[in-house]
Design a protein around this ligand. Structure first.
Ligand code: NAP
Length: 459
């Protein structure tokens, strides 16, 4: 059996591992297993690279692997759960950058390329570079390095002109089949600027969707470069990432009711966020003791976690409280909004980590009808995902986004630290409603106090 056949068999195994891994990631029960399978696939694909004939400088490859592997191991171990979106943005940007680097090297080799190979290398280079610079801007914004959203005058016109110039210069490279270094340089420089300029006006609330979109684009770029290098593993990995990323982008955009075109070309701006109608009513505070007795003597409670539960690392206390309530005969369910927190599945992961059983966790569509028959809806650090303005205020920037109908419950208790707005920066009338009581404090500390009082009431 030749080395080439062995390499191809290994690549087939890699493809299977990627696909099975991705499938397993679709359920929280099997997600860990899925990550391990896909990781094994990645290690195998990397090792197989060494078997390719004429690979060149093995020492450089080992140094690059040690550096990349070491850095990602360290950052993966130390990253906070709430910082995960920017971490994904950074890794994703590196993938796009790697695909673009392959394109740049291939195009500047000085060899004449077949039109198909030149076209795919150029398209991969374009998409990979946009994904690279766009993801770095996304990272800088989420990390707080770049605080403002910069919107140029006539932003959309600038985007279109830049895109046209980049595409024309790309056509020039393909037509030349053996392009000059300056031509290639200009093309990549334009693509770099384009990625950054498109991303800069996009606000934080839309950023996770944009990251997912760049992730899909990176997959596509990698797939194209796989074709250019005649490397099946790259093609398959690219297609898998590209299609999974596209589906995720669609799902997130639908859950926020923001078409992708609006996210890219009509970003929610600071002015829009502060707009909206005045809110009637007052904020009514409740003590931890009163909240505990409302919960303890309810028949049915639905807990709605949000970003604040994640920041406050309150998931273990929340689980402890839910067990106490169940022991006291209260029916407890958890309601999860698809974009609660800062990444898809954020709340599911935290509740799974705390050991909340999956049969108590319900998606928006499954549980929304139940709030009307619920004694207490307990909102823990959630804001936008329970904002009734999304249903009722046509002028609201989040109008049309499906939300959890907690306001339909008999009583709503909201745990948050103060008057902080949600991710989209808009006010929430829920907090001022007649049936809402505010329980102020950080999630973990407040839930801890409530636990203490439930125990006292039950003893
Ligand atoms: P949110 O709207 O960001 O609100 C979180 C609330 O938690 C804030 O109002 C804050 O109020 C409170 N909070 C912060 N730290 C806290 C702590 N330590 N203890 C208690 N409360 C705390 O969160 P969300 O309702 O989960 O909504 C998610 C947002 O992210 C949506 O706008 C969604 O569109 C966006 N988004 C999410 C995803 C995703 O994939 N999950 C993707 C794209 C966009 P105080 O400052 O007063 O405490």
């Amino acid at each position: 059996m030749t080395v080439k056949v062995l390499i191809n068999i290994s690549y087939f195994a890699v493809a299977l591992l990627f696909i099975l891994g991705l499938k397993a990631m679709s359920s929280p029960v099997t997600a860990r297993r899925g990550i391990i399978w896909a990781g094994v696939g990645m290690v195998l694909a990397t090792l197989v690279t060494f078997a390719w004939p004429h690979m060149g400088n093995y020492a450089l490859m080992v140094i690059a692997l040690a550096l990349g592997g070491g850095l990602s191991w360290w950052s993966g171990k130390t990253v906070k759960m709430t910082d995960m979106p920017q971490m994904v943005a950074l890794y994703n940007g590196m993938g796009g950058g790697a695909a673009a680097a392959i394109a740049a090297i291939e195009l500047s080799r000085g060899e004449t390329h077949a039109p198909m190979a030149a076209a795919l290398a150029t398209m991969g280079g374009l998409i990979g570079t946009i994904s690279f610079s766009g993801s770095l801007v996304a990272f800088a914004k989420l990390q707080g390095i770049m605080r403002k959203t910069f919107r140029l005058p006539a932003q959309n016109a600038v985007n279109i002109i830049l895109a046209m110039l980049t595409i024309i210069s790309g056509f020039g490279i393909v037509a030349a089949s053996h392009a000059a270094t300056l031509q290639i340089f200009i093309f990549f420089a334009l693509a770099l600027v384009l990625g950054a300029v498109i991303t800069m006006p996009i606000g934080g609330a839309d950023m996770p969707v944009v990251i997912s979109l760049f992730n899909a684009l990176t997959g596509l770029a990698v797939g194209f470069e796989g074709y250019v290098l005649n490397n099946p593993a790259l093609i398959i990995a690219g297609i898998v990432v590209g299609s999974a990323g596209t589906l995720l982008t669609q799902l997130m955009a639908r859950a926020m009711n923001r078409p992708i075109t609006n996210i890219l070309f009509k970003p929610i701006t600071g002015e829009a966020q502060t707009g909206g109608t005045g809110i009637a009513g007052t904020l009514k505070e409740v003590s931890a003791l009163d909240a505990a007795s409302m919960l303890r003597y309810a028949q049915k409670v639905i807990i709605v976690p949000g970003y604040g539960m994640a920041v406050g690392q309150a998931q273990h206390k929340v689980k402890e409280m839910s067990v106490l309530l169940e022991e006291a005969g209260v029916g407890v369910k958890f309601a999860i909004h698809p974009v609660a927190g800062r990444m898809p599945g954020h709340m599911n992961v935290l509740l799974a980590e705390a050991g909340v059983s999956y049969d108590k966790i319900f998606d928006l569509e499954e549980i929304n009808g139940e709030f009307a028959q619920t004694d207490v809806a307990l909102v823990i650090g959630a804001n936008d995902v329970v904002n009734p303005a999304a249903r009722t205020e046509k002028s609201s920037p989040i109008y049309g986004m499906p939300v959890l109908n907690v306001d339909h419950a008999h009583t709503v208790i909201v745990i948050k630290r103060g008057k902080g707005a949600g991710y989209s920066g808009i006010e929430n009338a829920l907090f001022y409603a007649d049936n809402t009581r505010m329980l102020y404090g950080t999630a973990q500390q407040v839930v801890n106090e409530v636990i203490k009082h439930i125990k006292e009431l039950s003893s």
